[in-house]
Write a protein that binds this ligand. Structure first.
Ligand SMILES: [Zn+2]
Length: 135
């Protein structure tokens, strides 16, 4: 089935992902695809990507990360927001899906909270009134 999303320039940061039709609350929108790598490799790649101003490494489980920049899809362009309209759900420690937290209108930008942990600190430009200024 065709995914109800497309990507274009975002007001938040770089490219973003937008809905191509209305999306229902709890709808599974798109899977976060990419190369499955060990966390140690994920840490190295995170640092490299952050130097270029992106972060496409997504924690899958205790052992593995997913690198959306390799064999990934447009889910990697979804921006962080402090008051997002989507969340990520991991099924069986194997698949990460972007799921709608609420009803999303056509052409709205999709966002989720990256919930970054550890040493990574990126300034947030999400523009939300609840923004904590840090991703
Ligand atoms: Zn923010």
């Amino acid at each position: 089935m065709k995914k109800p999303v497309y990507s274009k320039k975002s007001k938040i940061e770089g490219r973003g992902v937008f809905s191509s039709r209305d999306i229902k609350k709890d709808e599974e929108i798109i899977r976060y695809e990419g190369e499955k790598i060990l966390k140690s490799e994920g840490d190295i790649r995170s640092e490299k990507q952050l130097k270029k101003g992106h972060l496409y490494i997504f924690g899958l489980n205790k052992k593995y990360d997913i690198d959306g920049n390799k064999n990934g899809n447009i889910a990697k362009y979804i921006n962080h927001s402090c008051s997002p309209n989507c969340e990520t759900v991991t099924y069986d420690n194997k698949e990460i899906w972007i799921v709608a937290l609420k009803k999303i209108k056509q052409n709205e930008e999709l966002t989720y909270n990256y919930k970054l942990t550890g040493d990574i600190s990126i300034a947030c430009k999400c523009g939300s009134s609840r923004c904590v200024k840090r991703i």
